[in-house]
Design a protein. Structure first.
Length: 275
């Protein structure tokens, strides 16, 4: 909290320093030691790797990393501090359609040992959720973005973040360990978490985490049904482009120093992609 960016942030949100004490912070049943280790690792890593300007903008407002416009659909993906969802991840990638938040993926850079990994650090995905009442917007966004569903799009953007930070492993929390899990919505949580991670090819370990490389390995084309191969190739190419563009943008912003003038970056335009 002595770092200037965080000391400044404390003046706007005094609870910030105590977030890891919230019950079920990040993952259901994490110990206080695990929660504290995740919180400290994440914010030390951001301070070490991000320029002061980028860190300040992410803490205080959204940083747009992708844009797409086609017909009457205006799509934006932004990176920001996960407020007000305090316990479900420290950073969020938000998908907006015509100014409305319709989908969010929240994550934290955590030490590998908390998810039973030998890696030094991993990206822990602890929230994947659509917003109620925006089904038509989500469907329109999927169609506009070459049939790539919102969760897959945000995972591709997260791949770009991981590449910019040199992180090669991701961990997804299982439905039963998601911090807001309730028995009455077991099927919804299973679909959003367990089924999603299984579908993209990330296996579950014995600790209730889906652990694997980011990006996950693609299924062999021989397993794709006839008639779907061209569409699948185009979708994969599009997601790779998203990841590369997000990585490039963040690396450019991460390299800015205090002696260089602060400026707003230009988000990546993806409307003109053609498979």
């Amino acid at each position: 909290m002595r770092f200037p960016a965080y000391a400044d942030f404390l003046r706007t949100d005094p609870r910030f320093r105590f977030k890891f004490l919230i019950r079920d912070y990040l993952v259901r049943d994490f110990s206080t030691a695990q929660r504290a280790a995740c919180f400290l690792h994440h914010y030390k890593r951001l301070h070490k790797s991000m320029s002061p300007d980028l860190l300040h903008r992410i803490l205080h407002r959204r940083v747009t990393v992708l844009e797409a416009r086609r017909d009457d659909i205006d799509i934006e993906v932004s990176l920001c501090f996960s407020r007000p969802f305090e316990k479900e991840g420290e950073l969020s990638l938000n998908l907006q359609v015509n100014g409305a938040d319709v989908f969010v993926l929240s994550f934290t850079i955590v030490p590998g040992w908390v998810v039973k990994s030998e890696a030094e650090e991993v990206l822990l995905i602890s929230r994947i959720q659509g917003t109620n009442g925006y089904y038509s917007q989500i469907r329109a966004a999927t169609k506009t973005l070459h049939d790539v569903a919102p969760a897959a799009l945000l995972l591709a953007a997260l791949h770009g973040f991981a590449k910019a930070f040199g992180i090669g492993l991701m961990a997804g929390v299982s439905a039963a360990r998601q911090s807001s899990y309730t028995e009455g919505l077991v099927h919804s949580y299973k679909n959003a978490y367990d089924d999603f991670f299984s579908e993209v090819g990330v296996p579950e370990n014995t600790s209730g985490f889906f652990l694997g490389p980011i990006p996950p390995e693609d299924k062999p084309m021989s397993s794709i049904k006839p008639g779907h191969k061209i569409r699948t190739k185009n979708k994969r190419q599009f997601k790779r482009q998203v990841a590369e563009d997000v990585c490039l943008l963040l690396r450019q912003q991460m390299s800015v120093t205090d002696s260089e003038p602060s400026c707003e970056h230009q988000p990546i335009q993806i409307a003109d992609f053609r498979g």
